[in-house]
Design a protein. Structure first.
Length: 517
């Protein structure tokens, strides 16, 4: 077949079709134009429709050169499946079969090599898979430069070449001398939805562009995935927006995507629906057992649900998948061992996590576990370092407990005073966020209600800890002889009715004895 149409170009093909019998040629030209329009619309279903029509036309007209366009559609479908983390369809196999029969001057092998080298960067993909893909397909700077130069003169149609250029530039950005991308990733002017979409999905692309693509082509369901990805990234600050609806739509159309399934779990975990999040992570793992991020999400959900033995088993599975992974599975397994008071196992895991990276959270947990194991020297060292790294209020609280356990009264007074200030500041910041949350009319009411309840519970818990820290700070200062520092703190502690009895006893010790009449 290669020799049968070597050197035939698209213009020649269209001219010969136009010169055929009007009764046959005109409908076929219209069908070809519709298939070309579908390809430029660019959605996954559009590309499927375009490819099917190119094949039908090739059979109906007996013109194998039309299979060049089917080859283009196959390449675009292969890339789209990578972008959506879908299992490969027959598109890449068909593209390879067609390539063997295409004219040599089209250099079909170069297109296949370029598509193979592009991973697609789907949001929500497995880190394990990403690293494997990078190891297998990373292009050297010289190879990238050669491919970019070749794309500028390659023979297939501009839409495919532009799509490949955008995909290549997204995965391997062109950097300036300061290691910055030289220019924003942009499609050609007045780009078709196919190219506008590809430029917008690079990183956290602009939602407005993706929404505009969807307006132009309502079948472009894949835009919902990338819009949801942007919404999830901003959720801590702005709430999850319409991420649930966007993910549900994407998942309904692409249920075989582990990445989309995983991100739907991330959303449920974000809104503290841990049981539902766990189900989504389990579904993602059924699709891709090596999805390490879904495994980690599963560990965290099981921890939050109090299923500590299951969480330990899940963390162990993650470590078996990648023994040199990150600190996360060690950290979460240590937390669950601690919850079960399996302190030797907890200490081993948190030490392993610390060897990977000594974050404030890891150091704080190490200090807490060591405090519970009565290794006060190690506990003090780790908690002090955690506090110096702006560790949270819990690290400050446990450091104060270490001083109190060692009967270092003034040091414990100062440490509890520091913890008290931390709880007060955190409660104040949470109160401000709660007010802003309740004022948001654009949020899903169910989410807003759950988030407000969770935030209020955190504020109440911090207020209790604030008053208890004030009581223990006053106790430490009192035992250390600094009564002036103790008195205002005992008054603050007395604001919590639950502490009335210990406050009364401490106040009695602070008051000078009354003289007789």
């Amino acid at each position: 077949m290669r020799r049968a149409f070597a050197g035939v170009v698209v213009v020649g093909m269209l001219w010969s079709m136009a010169c055929s019998s009007p009764q046959v040629a005109h409908p076929q030209l219209e069908r070809l134009a519709r298939a070309d329009a579908e390809l430029l619309q660019g959605c996954y279903d559009c590309l499927l429709a375009a490819r099917a029509e190119y094949h039908r036309l090739a059979v109906a007209t007996g013109r194998p050169e039309l299979l060049v366009r089917a080859f283009e559609a196959d390449l675009l479908l292969t890339l789209r499946e990578k972008e959506l983390d879908l299992p490969p369809s027959d598109a890449i196999a068909e593209a390879r079969r067609l390539a063997s029969d295409l004219p040599r001057e089209l250099e079909a092998g170069n297109y296949l090599a370029l598509v193979d080298a592009i991973w697609g960067q789907p949001p929500g993909s497995s880190r394990h898979e990403v690293m494997a893909a990078a190891a297998a397909r990373t292009l050297s700077p010289a190879e990238r430069a050669q491919l970019r130069a070749w794309l500028a003169r390659a023979r297939l149609r501009a839409p495919l070449r532009d799509y490949l250029r955008l995909a290549l530039d997204c995965e391997y950005p062109v950097l300036d001398s300061g290691d910055r991308q030289r220019a924003p990733l942009e499609p050609p002017r007045h780009a078709a939805p196919l190219l506008a979409y590809r430029a917008a999905i690079c990183g956290l692309g602009p939602v407005a562009v993706l929404a505009a693509v969807r307006d132009r082509e309502p079948r472009f369901v894949e835009t919902s995935l990338f819009i949801a990805n942007v919404e999830l990234a901003a959720a801590v600050r702005d709430g999850p927006g319409q991420a649930r609806a966007h993910l549900a739509e994407a998942l309904a159309r692409f249920p075989a995507s582990p990445a989309i399934t995983y991100l739907s779990g991330v959303h449920e975990q974000l809104v503290e629906n841990h049981a539902e999040a766990l189900q989504r992570y389990d579904r993602a793992l059924a699709l891709l057992p090596a999805h390490d991020r879904a495994l980690l999400g599963r560990v965290i959900c099981l921890t939050n649900l109090g299923r500590h033995e299951d969480a330990i088993a899940a963390a162990t599975r993650l470590l078996d998948l990648d023994p040199d992974s990150r600190a996360d599975p060690y950290y979460w397994r240590a937390r669950n061992h601690q919850a079960l008071h399996q302190l030797d196992d907890a200490r081993r895991d948190i030490a392993a996590a610390r060897e990977v990276v000594a974050t404030a959270d890891i150091l704080a947990l190490a200090g807490i576990i060591e405090y519970e194991a009565t290794d006060l020297d190690a506990a003090q060292a780790n908690l002090t370092q955690a506090v110096s790294m702006n560790g949270d209020c819990t690290a400050r609280w446990y450091l104060a407990l270490v001083h109190r356990q060692r009967k270092r009264w003034l040091a414990s007074g100062h440490a509890f005073d520091d913890a008290m200030a931390c709880y007060r500041d955190r409660a104040s910041a949470s109160q401000a966020r709660l007010g802003a949350l309740l004022a948001r009319a654009d949020l899903d009411p169910g989410y807003r209600e759950r988030a407000a309840a969770s935030m209020q519970a955190s504020i109440d818990a911090d207020a209790k800890q604030l008053h208890l820290a004030a009581l223990l700070a006053a106790s430490g200062f009192s035992a250390g002889g600094d009564l002036a520092a103790a008195r205002p703190l005992i008054e603050l502690a007395g604001e919590d009715p639950a502490l009335a009895d210990p406050v009364s006893k401490l106040r009695a010790r602070l008051e000078p004895p009354r003289r007789g009449p």
